[in-house]
Ligand binder design. Structure first.
Ligand SMILES: NC(=O)c1ccc[n+]([C@@H]2O[C@H](COP(=O)([O-])OP(=O)(O)OC[C@H]3O[C@@H](n4cnc5c(N)ncnc54)[C@H](O)[C@@H]3O)[C@@H](O)[C@H]2O)c1
Length: 339
């Protein structure tokens, strides 16, 4: 068996496609990497052992059919059917059919491959499927990384994973420089300069499949709650806040625009007002965080230091089991794992 960090990925969408391209590109470069080395590991220390999806137009295809212009070493990997525990999302049912496997088939497939991590990158709103994937990872004895907003990383699951010498990390990936991280950074800077926030909003508009899926009212509300709570932690005083995805605009493609407005108070209650927008690319914005968190977890697991999952999840997710200030968790993460 190789010493590489072996990944099994569920959900062959935007982020997974970008990850595959990234592993190929970063064989010979470090340009654009947040942390070239984490826990002594580089991107050359990763390998992808399996990819699963439930979209019948993807299952059975080679990666090289789906990742355009890729000459990836993973090109011959065939996408296998995953688990489907929720209603078929409209973007799949409109295209054709779903193809899935049973829970036992999926767990057996994982047991055969023995990946270090099952990386959950399935569509928003597939909460039951995400929970089932977490259970499958536990049953198969591999660690679990949950980029979706489903609640999988709890005290109970953390203990269950740790008792098997593996880790669960989640929930809801916080992009490297996306709407939430930038919002948190601005509030932190204001507070560090003694300026107190009074009212704020962050309205996100995006053009990719995940944004379209997020438009379903229940999913939108759940994500709004997670974002708003994630941001609130940075302010020393409560403030009136709304943060969420408000519109799908196909013409934006994989990019996302966050519109911010903030009203704060200084000396004698003098007003400070900020009105700006940030445009980023969604899938690339997530990848540095994914590869950092997984390398850190690999290192912590090999040291049998499971307490570090708190720092890793606070660094990588909007809804971790223990929330930390953004500046504090980046520092704790880098102090522990950088290089
Ligand atoms: N920066 C980011 O892109 C970012 C940030 C935070 C969270 N996330 C989350 O990461 C996840 C992936 O994002 P994306 O943009 O790649 O989404 P996407 O819509 O492009 O891809 C999702 C893929 O999952 C597949 N899928 C759906 N249900 C499945 C199931 N039960 N089993 C296996 N596959 C299934 C779909 O067919 C699709 O191929 C989403 O939940 C998203 O909210 C991404």
């Amino acid at each position: 068996m190789s010493d590489k960090i072996s990944l099994a990925i569920v959900g062959m969408g935007n982020v997974s496609t970008t990850l595959v391209k990234g592993f190929e590109f970063y064989k010979n470069s470090i340009q654009g990497l947040w942390h070239p080395k984490i826990g002594g590991l580089t991107l050359n220390d990763f390998t992808i052992s399996a990819i699963y999806d439930v979209d019948a137009s993807k299952v059975g295809k080679n990666i090289s059919n789906l990742v355009k212009e890729s000459k990836s070493e993973y090109g011959n990997l065939v996408i296998q059917p995953g688990i489907l525990e929720d209603a078929i999302p409209p973007h799949i049912s409109q295209k054709g059919q779903a193809r899935s496997s049973s829970y036992d088939e999926f767990v057996n497939s994982l047991k055969k491959i023995k990946p270090d991590f099952l990386v959950n990158l399935i569509s928003s709103g597939m909460e039951k499927s995400s929970e089932k994937y977490a259970k499958a990872a536990l049953d198969a004895g591999c660690s679990f990384f949950n980029a979706t907003a489903a609640k999988t990383a709890t005290d109970q699951t953390r203990k269950a994973f740790e008792s098997k010498g593996i880790m669960i990390l989640g929930d809801d990936l916080m992009s490297q420089f996306g709407g939430t991280a930038f919002h948190r950074g601005m509030i932190d800077f204001m507070a560090s300069r003694g300026i107190l926030l009074h009212k704020a909003y962050q309205l996100d508009v995006g053009g990719n499949q995940d944004t379209q899926n997020t438009m379903a009212e229940e999913i939108r509300e759940r994500k709004r709650q997670i974002k708003t709570e994630s941001i609130a932690i940075e302010s020393p005083v409560p403030f009136m806040s709304t943060a969420g995805t408000t519109e799908y605009a196909e013409q934006l493609g994989d990019s996302r625009v966050s519109y911010y407005w903030m009203e704060a108070r200084g000396f004698l209650g003098s007003p400070v007002e900020l009105d700006l927008s940030l445009r980023t690319n969604d899938s690339t914005n997530g990848c540095n965080v994914i590869v950092d968190a997984i390398r850190a977890a690999k290192k912590a697991i090999s040291n049998k230091d499971f307490t570090k999952s708190e720092i890793i999840s606070a660094y990588a997710f909007k809804n971790p089991p223990k929330k930390m200030h953004i500046r504090e968790c980046i520092k704790a993460f880098e102090d522990t794992f950088a290089n």
